[in-house]
Write a protein of this length. Sequence first.
Length: 322
Amino acid sequence: MAARRALVTGAGGFAGQWLCRELVRTGWDVTGSSLVGAPAPGILSVDDHVLVRWRRDDLLHAGSVRGAVDDAMPDVIFHLAAVSFVPAASRDPSLALDTNVGIAVRLLDVVEERRAAGTLDPVVLIVGSGEQYGRHEASALPLTEAAECRPYSPYAASKMAQEQFALAAFRRASVRVVCTRSFNHSGRGQSTDFVIPGLVQRVVAAARAGDRTVTIGNTSVARDFLHVEDVARAYVALVEHGLPGEVYNVSSGVAVTIGDLAAQIAAIVSAPVEFTPDPALQRAADLPHLSGSPQRLHADTGWTARLGLKDVIRDVVAAEMA
């Protein structure tokens, strides 16, 4: 049987590379679309990297979207291209809107056209965010997909709009969309702009220098973390077993405070440090706590997380100390 064909947008990003890694290792024929073309091997081994057909595309342009889809002729589209850093979206909401909503709209339009012509009918995974839920009482956690979405930041609002356009395409034209609300995920290769790699970098640097103090943001904020490898597995499970027109949390169901996270990092690094709050590291639009139930994802696909938070931290620490 011929390998299933996948088009991954945002393939050069952190989660995109991990998804490509999962796909090529499970026998898919993968086309990776990225704004900068092929990334350097790293997350992907050299052997895995050469199995991806890399494309350089600016998907803000409709012609590039058509070119990527028509070149790949995919059975499945994994749409990960996005402004994924919440503060970056807050600094430039227009770019977040153009990228997080505009690209999805162009992609869905092309799929709708090809489907109407009878040339292509892919499953389209639209990757959203747990940030879409906004503020909820801690007693309501972990949130199910039935919880009200109250976007609080430009990033969350853009991801909510993306989801609504996708579900409209399903209702209007039967485009086979599956939407995620993906919570925090981390692992080897993630930018230090994000909380776990950023904390690990500072703790390792302090340990090497003999410093006893490490700066930190808001320690009381609680987040739901998965290993990115488990997230990649969830995305594949959803295109294989998820229900079109449905929304799924991709989450652990457990909220961990940043203070507890920092303590776990210090313990794994064996660094006797104290954490000092730094207002410059605190986000004005931080939600106090956020966690999602993975029950629907498990029920429909059989997916369960194989790795825990300590595995995430160990992998990031090992990469930082290499």
